[in-house]
Design a protein around this ligand. Structure first.
Ligand code: ATR
Length: 272
């Protein structure tokens, strides 16, 4: 029997993880089985433990269970702790290890696939939810000149700032961004899921080299349209992040790093 893994979330029917990990397994010659589990609001923890008791070796976790997965684990990486969320678990030596690869996946996509290293750049992250929490540590480690977090709810941004005091990290209200310029702007709010636009002052996107929308497969969201209207050279959605976080998990579980380019190409839905 081959080694077992699965993604769990609710709803889970649109997940690309079995496809991605299946392609990675094929390309690296690893024998594994990767399924998808519809999580139960009452019984999520029992479902995780059941997979483990059946010999499962790891899981990916998606909404709305990332916090519960984090809490279920016995050991947590530093980035999972800062994110207060796990998107990957590993079952090993009787322990449940929690990781969060969302932020590093995003960083790898921006730096390696899109060719925009963060070093010495001014970077703007919109939002202060789970997605931003996951990105903070890897982004700061990449050495930006400044990393600014803008959020409507300043109390949430302030909490983040208090948890991670770093000389390059700044929080801001949206209106305070007026007149400022950034090299890279990442929309990590959930605004695009409802077709909304974060209240970004018009000129902020003006000089940007890259506008990145975390949502995957939503086409030209209001944020990307705004970036396009301001002549931003490069527009990207979250397909690369999705594949890169999967590659991180695969390497963590299997000790082999898969190539991501062909998988990203296969999953890319043109923005227009
Ligand atoms: P996730 O885990 O996907 O980050 P979350 O933790 O629910 O989701 O956080 C959602 C983020 O999107 C929050 O930062 C939220 O901003 P507030 O904290 O100010 O509410 C942000 N968000 C959602 N809709 C938005 C909108 N229309 N404009 C700007 N920010 C929005």
């Amino acid at each position: 029997m081959s080694d077992r893994y699965a993604v769990i979330g609710r709803p889970i029917n649109h997940t690309k993880s079995p496809l991605i990990h299946g392609l990675f397994a094929e390309a690296t010659g690893q024998a594994l089985e990767y399924g998808a589990i519809e999580g139960e609001l009452e019984g999520f923890e029992a479902q995780v433990l059941q997979l483990r008791s059946e010999g499962g070796l790891g899981m990916n976790i998606t909404a709305p269970f990332k916090l519960r997965a984090f809490e279920l684990a016995d050991r947590r990486s530093e980035r999972a702790q800062l994110a207060r969320a796990a998107n990957a678990l590993k079952f090993e030596d009787g322990s449940i290890y929690a990781e969060n690869f969302d932020g590093i996946g995003l960083l790898r996509d921006i730096e390696q696939n899109l060719g925009e290293p963060l070093r010495n750049r001014r970077v703007l992250l919109l939002g202060a939810g789970g997605a931003v929490r996951g990105a903070l540590l890897p982004f700061l480690q990449a050495g930006p000149r400044e990393l600014v977090i803008a959020n409507r709810d300043m109390a949430k941004a302030l909490t983040l700032r208090n948890e991670l005091d770093h000389p390059r990290l700044r929080i801001s209200r949206y209106e305070e961004l007026d007149g400022q310029a950034f090299d890279i702007v990442v929309n990590a709010t959930s605004a695009s899921l409802t077709g909304e636009l974060p209240p970004l002052p018009a000129g902020v996107l003006g000089g940007a080299r890259l506008a990145y929308e975390l949502a995957y497969g939503k086409g030209l969201t209001p944020f990307l349209r705004m970036a396009q209207a301001h002549g931003v050279a490069r527009l990207a959605d979250g397909v690369g992040m999705l594949v890169e976080q999967a590659a991180e998990a695969f390497a963590w579980w299997r000790g082999v790093r898969p190539e991501t380019r062909a998988v990203i190409d296969r999953l890319t839905i043109p923005l227009e």
